[in-house]
Design a protein. Structure first.
Length: 316
């Protein structure tokens, strides 16, 4: 596949989410590039590109999900291999940006790892980054190269709009997620609220106060990710205590670590709607979980970048 200027497009993928990478390639009308991403016997990552990429517009697809450090190193080494093979431009396609929660110093002698990862991707040779629903939008500013930031909100909104839910309110599980909740509420023409909480330590939250009228209403809780499930489940419990009729939860990135599945299964949530930025193994696909694909959005964004067209117009 070539752009108007004749530059060939190549899409390569690491091992983090091959299913989504293949789906994106299918939608683009192409196939994944011929690359081997394996391991030497000592555990070091081995990358071999089995086709010419000289002068091509190369896209490297790899979410930085579990196992985080292995997948990050695969991404960096693939980028380096493409740079040394004379690809004309290299775009890192990172649906889920790992280490995003380490985006600031909250106490002394603490790293800002989200910035370090940005430096590593740039140093490896990426000239552009395409990602989705960063935990903190300001991470875009950690890069000295262009960043295209997609959002899964339109995909989630389309799913819920088909349900034709009445008397609806969209609630963010914390104050920081209010812009995301406002975006979804606007698309669904719904009211908006949020849960005021504090975190005494990582992966532990305490509900302090609910802002918004939830009594008798159907609630959609939206977050960028579900990790251990504590915030979502605790928030749902508090909303029911305030008189909510029923509660849906949705997020972009299904990390689902530790006790997440047990918590979600035992909760009062009607559905947990997620996307496939991170692969969800079959043993984690419980009845409550609904998986939506982001392949169409990523394929359109990649083609727009390749053709030097606006990516933001996808959301207008």
């Amino acid at each position: 596949m070539s752009a108007n200027n004749g530059t060939k497009i190549r899409l390569f993928s690491g091992n983090a989410n091959l299913g989504l990478a293949r789906e994106i390639a299918d939608r683009m009308g192409t196939s994944l590039g011929d690359i081997e991403v394996g391991r030497f016997r000592n555990g070091e990552i081995k990358v071999i590109i089995n086709e010419s990429v000289r002068g091509s517009d190369a896209f490297v697809f790899q979410p930085i999900s579990h196992p985080v450090n292995d997948n990050l190193m695969e991404l960096l080494i693939m980028i380096d291999a493409l740079r040394r093979a004379s690809a004309r431009r290299i775009t890192a396609v990172v649906p889920y940006y790992g280490y995003a929660r380490q985006d600031r110093k909250t106490r002394g002698r603490e790293p800002i790892t989200a910035k370090l990862v940005a430096n590593l991707i740039t140093t490896a040779g990426a000239q552009r980054v395409l990602t989705m629903d960063l935990h903190a939008g300001q991470i875009q500013g950690f890069f000295d190269i262009p960043v295209d930031h997609l959002t899964a909100v339109p995909i989630l909104a389309e799913y819920f709009s088909q349900k034709k839910i009445k008397n609806l309110i969209v609630v963010s599980p914390d104050a920081g997620g209010v812009p995301r909740a406002r975006d979804l509420a606007g698309k669904l023409k719904a009211a908006i609220g949020f849960i005021d909480k504090r975190r005494p330590e990582p992966n532990v939250s305490e509900v302090m106060h609910i802002v918004g009228k939830v009594k008798g209403k159907t609630v959609i809780m939206i977050d960028d990710m579900v990790d251990t499930g504590g915030s979502i489940v605790q928030g749902a419990r508090a909303l029911l205590e305030k008189g909510a009729k029923e509660i849906y939860a949705c997020c972009t990135h299904p990390i689902l670590s530790g006790p997440a599945l047990e918590r979600l299964r035992d909760s009062s949530l009607k559905e947990v709607v997620i996307t496939n930025t991170i692969p969800v193994p079959h043993e984690k696909r419980i009845d409550k979980v609904v998986i939506l694909s982001v392949a169409k959005l990523f394929s359109e964004a990649i083609l727009r970048i390749h053709e030097d067209l606006s990516v933001s117009e996808l959301f207008m």
